[in-house]
Design a protein around this ligand. Structure first.
Ligand SMILES: Nc1ncnc2c1ncn2[C@@H]1O[C@H](COP(=O)(O)OP(=O)(O)OP(=O)(O)O)[C@@H](O)[C@H]1O
Ligand SMILES: [Mg+2]
Length: 267
């Protein structure tokens, strides 16, 4: 892996084992011990097939594709939450995975306790976390609920806490898988602004979104997945040039004025 790249995926495949339950009764299961016809069937399902790409350090990369095309699976592989069944995925730098609501949180613990838990998963000591604690809570605007167990949080509150922890722990690679969409308009705008600030400092971004406007505003390069395979890849500028060349209108929660420097900086 060269110094220029934050993420390199080489011929990555991921297969899952699917169980098809033909019988649910106790009798059926017993009979299944002797008769093939009654048995549970298993099937391997390849969610990703021979996927390769490189993400330059400090750039912003978009993963696009329809539902079920393998985007979140790929994000989990990049985050190291799962191992690929084939190929290799290499990352350089501290990865902050904002890929599923509440990942890394313990529902029984309070917001405050979860901040410490999460920070320790990123490799921070309690002392370092204490130093950043105030900023994390302030950004999340959850001060009033920080002593409440997070199982009683709304989805937006979960996301606020996860995002605030992630951006305050100096991530070198931020993986954002649509979780931001559960935030209200004001908070989303705040998130995008702080992502841009981090990008200016050299952070690499991988963004999954169904919004082409958002992808276009933030990202330099993209891959398009379909059925677990890469069907298209390239630069978003070229993609826009090859369509009608126009910059799409910004999503309502976001000001286009502030959006351009993410791309300018990343090149
Ligand atoms: N743990 C698992 N076990 C079995 N199949 C899985 C597992 N995780 C994902 N899959 C399957 O892999 C495929 C890709 O799922 P994935 O969540 O990566 O899609 P996605 O592109 O993120 O879709 P969406 O746009 O809906 O979020 C789906 O068919 C899904 O059912
Ligand atoms: Mg997904």
């Amino acid at each position: 892996m060269s110094d220029d790249h934050a993420i390199v995926a080489e011929n990555v495949s991921k297969a899952f084992l699917l169980h098809h339950n033909r019988v649910s009764s106790l009798k059926g299961r017993f009979v299944g011990l002797f008769r093939d016809r009654w048995r549970q069937r298993q099937e391997t399902f390849e969610a990703l097939h021979d996927v390769s790409f490189r993400v330059r350090r400090g750039s912003a990369f978009a993963l696009m594709g329809p539902n079920g095309s393998g985007k979140s699976t790929l994000m989990q592989l990049i985050a190291g939450i799962m191992e690929p069944t084939g190929g290799r995925i290499t990352t350089r730098g501290r990865v902050a995975p904002l890929i599923e609501l509440g990942v890394g949180f313990n529902p029984e613990l309070t917001g405050e306790e979860n901040i410490y838990l999460n920070a320790s998963l990123y490799g921070f000591s309690n002392k370092e976390t204490r130093r950043r604690f105030k900023d994390i809570v302030e950004f999340s605007e959850l001060g009033h609920f920080i002593d409440t167990p997070v199982k009683n949080y709304s989805s937006g509150m979960y996301m606020r806490l996860g995002f605030s922890v992630a951006i305050n722990l100096d991530p070198e690679i931020l993986l954002a898988d649509e979780v931001l969409a559960v935030g209200d308009a004001d908070f989303q705008e705040k998130c995008y602004k702080s992502i841009q600030t981090l990008q200016k400092r050299g952070m690499t971004l991988v963004l999954v979104s169904h919004s082409f406007q958002l992808v276009r505003q933030f990202c330099d390069d993209y891959v398009q997945l379909k059925g677990g395979r890469v069907v298209e890849a390239g630069s978003l500028d070229e993609l826009a040039d090859s369509t009608d060349g126009s910059v799409p209108a910004s999503p309502p929660a976001f000001q286009p004025k502030a959006s351009s420097h993410a791309k300018q900086n990343a090149g």
